[in-house]
Design a protein around this ligand. Structure first.
Ligand code: GDD
Ligand code: MN
Length: 415
């Protein structure tokens, strides 16, 4: 429903220079006072249309404006003062809360001014800055005039730090990211421009940032910023600050943190699993190696003892033979234990097992060379023999483990 009851008080020759579009939702505490403040500040030379676009506010904002229009119409008739009137008040009633941008666009659609000025109803945008913005736009007809918090002379009062940071951050992001660097306050809700500019644009975004979209889609149009002090609303509740923007930002922040946290957990789980697996395999490998030494010792001992000797199992160099046999048996048992237990490889296909076996022996030989070289090097450098032995065995066994893991059992080293 579109209300324009004091039309009778206007002469048809009035060309509307400016349409001031004020979206409202539950602004009953502000709207009438704001209208009268705007009226006081309107430049006398121009004819201005004030359009309140109300989303059927439950607090009766729309009805208040409606009544105000009726009263003004009656007064105008009484005093027959239409010729001194430099403005008209209208209200657009929308069926329900559909958001700020649709409300603004609806207001613009129903306006008739050459230029439109958009502003909030909660006194965050001071009516005193209107004349300056209007005159700037009249002087530079094909441009966008922005009420700016972020140029010299402008500021924000009454916002908590986090909203200030949020707003500034969002502005900076938009300026850089959307390449509207020349504009200091592209997120402003206070701006004026030729009506055509906003009417011909298809606004795709939801939310609050209609100006941003206009700027992005009209990069060639000059921008003029007029400083003002944004004061957080004194009456009524913000429809966006906490509910829309901060919630949104908080949601993003939470999602971001949530993502980070679960990533962290996932990564540490992986690292955990990986390192646990690695360490457990190293542990098994060492255990198998020790069992090999024991087997080696026992076999060598048994073969070299008197019983074995007496049945002439071995030659005269019995102790060497015993040791070689002990080594071969222990190496073989090491191989199978490591294959089955350490590396959990339960396939025993003959050819591949033989290949693995040879590889395992080759790696053991490399390990032995490393062990002996290291032992020699350390002892030569006056490291005590026993310590040298322990270190060289540990190093050689570890290298051996890695070599076998990678080349014999074809696993990734760190997996
Ligand atoms: N019709 C209608 N429908 N009006 C709405 C709606 C809606 O869904 N939501 C909000 N409004 C009106 C409010 O009544 C007010 O007049 C104006 O839009 C701004 O709403 P606020 O809730 O006061 O917003 P704010 O103070 O948090 O945000 C201000 O700062 C932003 C910049 O950081 C506004 O100026 C924004 O336009 C601006 O982008
Ligand atoms: Mn506000």
């Amino acid at each position: 429903m579109f209300s324009n009851r004091n039309n009778a008080a206007l002469s048809n020759s009035n060309i509307v220079t400016f349409s001031i579009v004020i979206p409202t939702y539950n602004e009953s505490e502000n709207i009438l006072r704001l209208i009268s403040e705007i009226e006081k500040n309107l430049p006398t030379g121009d004819f201005t249309e004030i359009i309140v676009v109300d989303d059927n506010s439950p607090d009766g904002t729309g009805k208040l404006v409606e009544d105000c229009i009726t009263k003004k119409g009656n007064k105008a008739k009484e005093k027959n003062s239409s010729h001194t009137k430099n403005h008209i008040l209208k209200v657009v009633h929308r069926t329900g809360k559909e958001g700020l941008i649709p409300a603004i666009l609806d207001g613009v659609r129903q306006s008739s001014g050459t230029n439109v000025l958009i502003m909030d109803a909660d006194f965050s945008h001071p009516p005193e800055v209107i004349p300056k913005m209007m005159s700037e736009l009249k002087r530079n007809p094909n441009s966008i005039v922005i009420g700016s918090r972020y140029i010299e002379g402008g500021k924000v009062v009454g916002w908590p730090a986090r909203r200030k940071i949020l707003s500034k951050g969002a502005s900076t992001l938009a300026r850089v990211g959307l390449n509207v660097k020349n504009v200091k306050d592209p997120m402003s809700g206070l701006f004026a421009l030729p009506r055509e500019l906003i009417q011909n644009i298809s606004i795709a975004t939801k939310g609050y940032k209609i100006l941003l979209e206009i700027l992005v889609k009209n990069k060639e149009i000059p921008v003029i910023e007029v400083p003002y002090t944004f004061t957080d609303r004194q009456s009524g509740k913000s429809k966006m600050s906490y509910n829309v923007i901060v919630n949104y930002a908080e949601a993003i922040w939470q999602l971001y943190q949530h993502g980070q946290k679960s990533d962290r957990v996932k990564i540490s789980e992986q690292v955990n699993k990986r390192s646990v697996r690695f360490i457990s395999k190293v542990g098994r490998y060492y255990t198998v190696s020790i069992s090999g030494l024991v087997i080696n010792y026992i076999v060598s001992f048994l073969l070299a003892n008197d019983v074995a000797n007496s049945i002439r199992l071995l030659s005269n160099e019995w102790y060497l033979e015993a040791s070689i046999i002990g080594a071969i048996i222990s190496m073989t048992s090491n191989f199978f234990l490591n294959k089955y237990w350490t590396f959990e490889d339960k396939r025993f296909e003959v050819r591949s097992t033989a290949r693995q076996y040879l590889s395992f022996i080759g790696m053991s030989a490399i390990g032995l060379i490393i062990q002996i070289s290291l032992l020699y090097y350390m002892v030569e450098n006056f490291v005590p023999y026993r310590m040298s032995l322990i270190i060289s065995i540990a190093v050689a066994t570890t290298i051996n483990f890695i070599l076998n893991k990678k080349f014999t059992f074809k696993e990734k080293v760190w997996a």
